[in-house]
Ligand binder design. Structure first.
Ligand code: NAD
Length: 380
């Protein structure tokens, strides 16, 4: 099976889909691995590091796409790239299928088997393939680093002959994978950390990291069978906003990571709450690129509102691209290895598999994913 790895073309993207370590494992499994020149450059890997472990290099990007049985990459394909792919080609990447309807339609029409990394079911067995978790984990760390760099204070308490400095107060809203890592990172730096999440099960996890959990009675919230938060009613959102307001005003740093799977992120911090923070405070809105948890945050920009720095940077794991590449590459490998047939040396599409049907979006000229079928039909 010919597995091709094109170079990521998105401006500023330094993560790479496959590291030389993973390339070696794929070649050992019997894959005919071919890379585009410079594919590993963003994370500091040379072409030679890939060829040394058995990969070949193809400098004609069109040929790379049109001869591939499988394409492994990070970002979704460009429209014009889809037309180059063979019918039956397996394409694995982030795909954003909830929003990218035209792309899904083009992949279906081309007969491509498109696997979406975002849609890998979050089961115990699939943890090693879970790129949402691996990248969110790093994003949680990066958000605290960005906030610490902008805050005109230090995070830990410091008792010195020149006086005692109080620890910074950090408030984290949304304690999923990214939020929990942000809590752990801010704690390691010595901050006084408090967090809130709508899933009651999270309170214990927050406390086990040494942080406090802000109790807000929102009535019935719960979580879906997949472990995700349920969407709050407008009344519940209002209760949450009111209960957080005074707490936000007293915080030096506010980090928001609230997401509702397949929906626009909730706006949980209004502009007046940002304006109510002391000048010099810092807000990091992890959801800025997809609509924002914080009113006034701007995607991929840092703005100042009433003396408060509001960071809306996206693609946070790209800031630590070497580790992000290593983890994403490992996620991809685990997915491929799990369905690899040693005899035919090929990836086997099996709709009885416990993980694949959940993340295959199109196959054999059909949209096969039940969730995305409903989204496309306007039922979800
Ligand atoms: P996510 O990115 O969808 O959401 C981030 C957090 O925002 C979640 O904790 C959610 O509860 C919270 N949130 C939503 N609305 C909110 C609001 N109004 N206010 C405050 N918080 C709000 O979630 P995620 O980090 O990708 O994962 C969520 C959960 O999924 C995990 O904590 C876990 O339970 C489950 N999960 C399971 C596995 C596994 O078993 N393999 C892997 C990863 C995640």
């Amino acid at each position: 099976m010919r597995i091709a790895i094109p170079k990521e073309t998105h401006l500023g993207e330094n993560r790479v889909p496959i590291t030389p370590d993973t390339a070696k494992k794929l070649c050992r499994m019997g894959a005919d691995l071919v890379i585009e020149p410079g594919m590993g450059e963003g994370s500091g890997y040379t072409d030679a590091e890939y060829t040394e472990v058995g990969a070949t290099v193809c400098s004609d990007r069109n040929e790379l796409f049109s001869t591939a049985d499988m394409l492994l990459r990070l970002r979704k394909p460009e429209m014009e790239e889809i037309g180059l792919m063979k019918s039956g080609c397996i394409h694995i990447s982030y795909l954003d299928p909830f929003n990218e309807h035209e792309l899904v339609e083009a992949l279906r029409k081309q007969g491509v088997t498109a696997i979406s990394m975002e849609m890998i079911p979050r089961t115990t067995r699939s943890q090693k393939m879970d790129a949402l978790s691996s990248q969110a984990n790093l994003a949680g760390y990066v958000m605290v680093m960005l906030a610490a760099a902008k805050l005109p204070r230090i995070f830990p308490m410091m008792m010195t002959p020149a006086g005692t400095l109080k620890p910074a107060k950090v408030f984290i809203i949304g304690a999923g994978v990214a939020g929990l890592q942000a809590i752990a990172t801010a704690k390691r730096l010595g901050a006084k950390v408090t967090a809130f999440d709508t899933r009651p099960v999270v309170a214990e996890q927050v406390r086990s990291l040494g942080a406090s959990f802000l109790e807000i009675d929102l009535g019935d919230t719960g979580e879906t069978s997949g472990g995700y938060a349920k969407e709050l009613t407008p009344e519940q959102i209002q209760i949450q906003r009111d209960a957080q307001k005074s707490f936000i005003a007293e915080s030096d740093v506010l980090i928001t990571t609230a997401q509702v799977f397949g929906r626009k992120p909730p706006v949980i911090v209004t502009r007046d709450m940002v304006e109510g923070m002391a000048p010099g405070s810092v807000v990091v809105d992890m959801a800025a690129e997809t609509g924002g948890n914080v009113e006034g945050s701007v995607p991929n920009e840092t703005v100042v509102i009433n003396g408060v720095t509001v960071i809306g940077q996206g693609n946070l794991s790209n800031e630590v691209s070497c580790d992000a590449s290593q983890m994403y590459s490992s996620n991809l490998f685990s997915l491929v290895e799990d369905s690899w047939d040693e005899e035919s040396k090929a990836f086997v599409i099996d709709f009885e598999h416990d993980i694949l049907p959940g993340c295959i979006i199109t196959h054999g000229g059909e949209v096969t994913n039940e969730t995305i079928k409903k989204v496309l039909a306007g039922e979800s």
